[in-house]
Design a protein around this ligand. Structure first.
Ligand SMILES: [Zn+2]
Length: 445
């Protein structure tokens, strides 16, 4: 079994220089006879050969490459593309029923999250930005090669104000008392609550101390939560600025769950760099985001066959209100030219999580297949770069097939640039899945 070594920044140059040599443990893989979508360019590199040394891509070439001392995989004319990235994923919430998150044992939550992580990788998602939940231990075990899953950039517990989107306490929980900070899911890091600048500052630092790569907060009403109508703004500007200031001291950024114009305007003014969802925004607000270099991290959530169903009729109505904005949001965001990231935000349903690739394919309503694939690879990787020195994967690039990039690769049986629906069924159409130079699936043998 191959365990990726932790490598310092200074060794990048060494890896580059030595990229043509056989690595110390001799791990070198030559993938022949593939058409390469490199994550950036629409033009495929045809009849290409790709050499993987250890965990990095060492060579991409249309010239024949020698196979001495190399494991050879004949790609048979298939399309090789970078591993997919989901920029709005919840390692724990995705794969646990809401009732288990709300009333269950953290051990059950964690086990389901770990099982779900293997499923995520086996759908070709080799990296995720976790925008809420306690995914630190799962991330560590994945990185150590002890369990299977994607690379994770964890936000840790998402932070809410009292009565905000992540305040899932029952009605009887208020008036609050001094024991509230020990509410079960707060003490196990599934969510966090903070009110007022001093408490916000403290919680934000605690979450960075846990190992967060960015902070996730909620600054507006949510769908799955009961006590915060969609029009409600959450946190004062001063509180949001306090989150941003702590993130800034760690040289990273804040992502915020928010839907409406007014709430987005305040978040942008306070320095939030990634707007999560934004389904109820006007064109003017998207222009404001574009002018301030703020990302729109939006999901193809529609009231279709994959529509979420909530026990609470209030949440169900909110779901319809929000998904009514999806089409306008994508269409207008594209026209305006705001930076758009792809994510799924699949919640509370392991079966629905299986549809992660199908969610990506839904972007064809608004984008060409090339635009879809670029967004879910190199563009999403660009968003992850906002974590700066907190980005855990500094050795190579993500979301691209290029020399020196991480060997996170998918071999597709067909050309997804011509038929984007191929990515909707990864179990059938992905013949090879590699992450960090290690093969997790290979049906070509
Ligand atoms: Zn979410």
């Amino acid at each position: 079994m191959y365990f990726p070594a932790k490598v310092s920044l200074s060794s990048i140059a060494i890896a580059f220089v030595c990229s043509q040599a056989i690595s110390q443990d001799g791990t070198q893989i030559l993938i022949t006879n593939v058409n390469v979508f490199d994550g950036v360019n629409e033009e495929l590199i045809e009849n290409a050969n790709v050499v993987v040394t250890d965990n990095l891509i060492a060579k991409v070439s249309s010239e024949p490459l020698s196979a001495t001392n190399r494991v050879v995989i004949d790609g048979g004319g298939r399309t090789l593309m970078p591993g997919l990235i989901d920029a709005h994923w919840h390692t724990l919430y995705c794969c646990n029923p809401q009732s288990v998150i709300a009333t269950g044992d953290i051990l059950e939550v964690a086990v389901r999250g770990a099982i779900g992580s293997e499923g995520t990788l086996m759908r070709g998602f080799t990296s995720v930005r976790d925008v809420g939940g306690n995914s630190f231990a799962i991330k560590r075990m994945i990185d150590a090669g002890e369990i299977k899953g994607p690379r994770i950039l964890p936000s840790g517990p998402p932070v809410t104000q009292t009565g905000g989107h992540f305040d899932y306490r029952p009605y009887q929980a208020v008036p609050s008392n001094s024991g509230d900070s020990q509410w079960y899911w707060y003490s196990v890091g599934l969510m966090a609550q903070a009110d007022g600048v001093p408490e916000v500052t403290k919680r934000a630092r605690e979450i960075m101390r846990m190992g967060a790569t960015q902070l996730k907060i909620s600054t507006g009403g949510g769908v799955s939560s009961t006590y915060d109508p969609l029009d409600v703004r959450q946190y004062t500007k001063a509180e949001i600025e306090a989150f941003v200031e702590v993130a800034d001291t760690y040289n990273t950024y804040v992502a915020s769950h928010v839907f409406t114009d007014e709430a987005v305007e305040i978040a942008v003014a306070a320095g939030v760099k990634s707007i999560e969802h934004g389904f109820l925004m006007s064109r003017e607000t998207m222009e404001l985001m574009r002018d301030n270099d703020v990302w729109l991290s939006v999901q193809p959530l529609l009231d279709d066959e994959d529509g979420f169903s909530f026990d609470d009729p209030i949440s169900q109505q909110k779901w319809i209100d929000v998904t009514n904005g999806t089409d306008f949001t994508y269409t207008t965001a594209k026209e305006v030219g705001v930076k758009v990231a792809f994510g799924t935000d699949i919640l509370f349903d392991p079966k629905l999580a299986e549809r992660q690739g199908a969610f990506l394919a839904k972007l064809q309503r608004w984008y060409t297949p090339y635009e879809v694939l670029k967004m879910a690879t190199s563009t999403n990787a660009e968003l992850l770069e906002l974590s700066g020195p907190r980005h855990p994967y500094q050795q190579g690039g993500l979301g691209v097939i290029a020399e020196g990039a991480y060997a996170d690769l998918i071999l597709v049986d067909g050309n997804p640039l011509e038929n984007i629906d191929l990515i909707a069924d990864p179990h059938k159409n992905f013949d090879l899945i590699m992450k960090d130079g290690k093969i997790y699936k290979n049906t070509l043998d």
